[in-house]
Design a protein around this ligand. Structure first.
Ligand code: G6P
Ligand code: ZN
Length: 559
């Protein structure tokens, strides 16, 4: 029998969860009781429900995951949790956690990841709580967690409960007079079973393997040394008949092999160059925890996440899951280009615009009003789980390709011909000094909300834009009526073009400024986004005075 020990502790400042959980450098989490405090606060935020509950625990395999899983086991045991479902070796992708929470109807889950941020002892770690619907905790709950971290005086732990997490199976422990169970689960089984229900695997397999009439469709799937490796192995190699040359970096490494596991044109340049130089028809990459995706076609033809969402919205009938459930509404985050809005109009579907952060989609899905959603930040997903889902997005694209028989590029061109094109780009200025960035945002908000700004005109080159709407975006959730304020500054011009600026909520140090530009063209659809959007970018830099506040004359990442 193991005993519960109560350990005195003091609050740490700054344990406020950001867009997606608490993210800090590994060294911050290594401070005495730092991690314990946060775990205890997560459990306490669940109040009485924690007694006798089941929770899912897993992470993306980065440095510290295993140690923190062990702490969670000991602290959960002490706090009356009845059972934990833990991924083998602590490995579960973020969408897999969501899937398992929903499948086994648990109270929630704890996800150990800093998503797309680099890993290793000198880099980032993160802890996030997901609720019983499988989605990230909503604002009111993360606020509760934060408040608890500022008041914490002790945490409960069972120090001598030793549970190994490397073998699948059930282990039971006696903690004082209670029984406590840890089930180590296969990291991929439940998720893969679910994907096979959602998609037509034989059809995708036929695409990948080819037929007598059609040569194999040559894919290159890149896990960037993140958590999706074992999922890609099982799905693409074991189920879909792809070969080793169709996959890369599929062994999860605790520092992602030094890669920055963010699937975009900058950090997945390696994949882009390989696809460009090789005989590949399709490339996909996923981030550290497996919820983000990037899709490219032959010759590395890039699909913006905003276009990806719109194309999938218009082709959901290629996916068996949606034939069964029907298609409810679509949604995107505010900075995401409005391409999907045009599909919604054409298909007579409800359309939602929410703040940045996947958690804002959950209520709409739970209320049965939302089937498909996405974000410009390389997130795409549906109501099959309550997280975005990188592998799901790749399988969705392969379903559309199998159904239409078209290449990625031809699918996009046909889409633009039908709906027009929302040109989109995002400029990131990473790791800037925080104070000047905050000041820039405050000043910009003042400027754009001053009387006379609406109606003012802004010229660059031969283009002139007249301001129609300018505000700091706020959102009222249509289901629970909760309000999220100050979600990003936006300037909307009379021709529908938009400038959006916000500070990232996922960084672990300094400030990252994101500038998003979106402009619609009905017929001039084959231009280069950087050229087409240059005048608007110049206007944005001028109005915001970004170069002088940040001292930067160029972004660190352009998407
Ligand atoms: C995470 C969330 C996304 C969100 C993104 C925004 O990936 O899961 O839903 O879009 O962060 O990141 P940012 O750095 O722009 O706040
Ligand atoms: Zn992620």
């Amino acid at each position: 029998m193991s005993k519960v020990v109560i350990v005195d502790t003091n609050p740490y400042e700054g344990q406020k969860p950001g867009t997606s959980g608490l993210r800090k450098k590994v060294k911050v989490f290594l401070q005495e009781n730092y991690t314990e405090n946060f775990i205890q606060s997560i459990l306490d935020a669940n109040k009485e429900a924690i007694e006798g509950s089941t929770l899912v625990v897993g992470g993306d395999g980065r440095y510290l995951v295993k140690e923190v899983v062990e702490k969670i086991i000991k602290i959960s045991a002490a706090n009356g949790v009845a059972k934990l479902l833990v991924g083998q070796d602590g490995i579960l992708s973020t969408p897999a956690v969501s899937c398992i929470i929903r499948k086994y109807k648990t109270l929630g889950g704890i996800v150990l990841t800093a998503s797309h941020n680099p890993g290793g002892i000198n880099n980032d770690f993160g802890i996030k709580f997901n609720c019983s619907n499988g989605g990230p905790a909503p604002d009111h709950m993360t606020n509760d967690i934060y408040k608890l971290t500022t008041e914490i005086k002790w945490y409960k732990i069972v120090p001598d409960l030793n549970c190994s997490i490397d073998k699948i199976g059930v282990q039971t422990f006696k903690v004082e007079d209670r029984e406590f169970t840890v089930e180590i689960v296969d990291s991929v089984n439940d998720y893969v079973t679910y994907m096979k229900e959602i998609f037509d695997f034989p059809k995708i397999k036929e695409l990948i393997q080819g037929t007598e009439q059609r040569k194999p469709f040559n894919v290159l799937i890149d896990s960037m040394n993140g958590v999706t490796g074992p999922y890609v192995r099982r799905i693409f190699l074991d189920e879909l008949g792809a070969s080793e040359k169709n996959v890369r970096r599929i062994v999860p490494l605790d520092d992602f092999g030094g890669a920055h596991p963010d699937p975009n044109l900058t950090y997945a340049a390696d994949l882009v160059n390989t696809v460009k130089g090789g005989d590949y028809d399709f490339g996909a990459a996923f981030d550290g925890d497996g919820d983000r995706n990037m899709i490219i076609g032959r010759g590395a033809f890039f699909v913006t996440p905003s276009d990806s969402l719109a194309v999938l919205a218009n082709n959901l009938d290629s996916i068996p899951y949606f034939k069964r459930t029907g298609v409810r509404g679509y949604a995107r985050s505010m900075p995401t280009a409005a391409a999907v809005d045009r599909v919604a109009v054409a298909n007579g579907k409800e359309m939602f615009e929410v703040p940045t952060g996947w958690k804002y989609f959950g209520n709409l899905m739970d209320a049965g009003r939302l089937s498909l959603c996405g974000e410009e930040s390389f997130g795409t997903g549906s109501d099959h789980v309550r997280e975005k889902d990188g592998l799901w997005a790749a399988l969705a694209w392969l379903s559309v390709i199998a159904a239409t028989g078209k290449s990625v590029e031809d699918i996009l061109k046909a889409h633009w011909a039908q709906f027009g094109r929302n040109y989109f780009t995002r400029y990131d200025y990473e790791e800037c000094a925080s104070d000047p960035c905050n000041e820039m945002m405050t000043e910009l908000e003042k400027t754009i909300t001053e009387p006379g700004f609406v109606g003012s005109s802004h010229a660059s080159g031969d283009k002139t834009y007249i301001v129609k709407v300018a505000d700091n975006f706020s959102y009222m959730d249509p289901i629970d009526k909760s309000v999220a304020m100050k979600q990003g500054l936006r300037i909307i011009f009379e021709d529908g073009s938009r400038i959006v600026m916000r500070l990232s909520g996922t960084g672990s140090s300094g400030a990252t400024v994101r500038l998003y530009i979106d402009s619609y063209e009905a017929s001039n659809v084959l231009g280069d986004a950087q050229v087409m959007l240059k005048p608007l970018i110049d206007v944005a830099l001028k109005i915001s005075k970004l170069p002088s506040y940040t001292g930067r004359d160029a972004p660190t990442v352009i998407t």
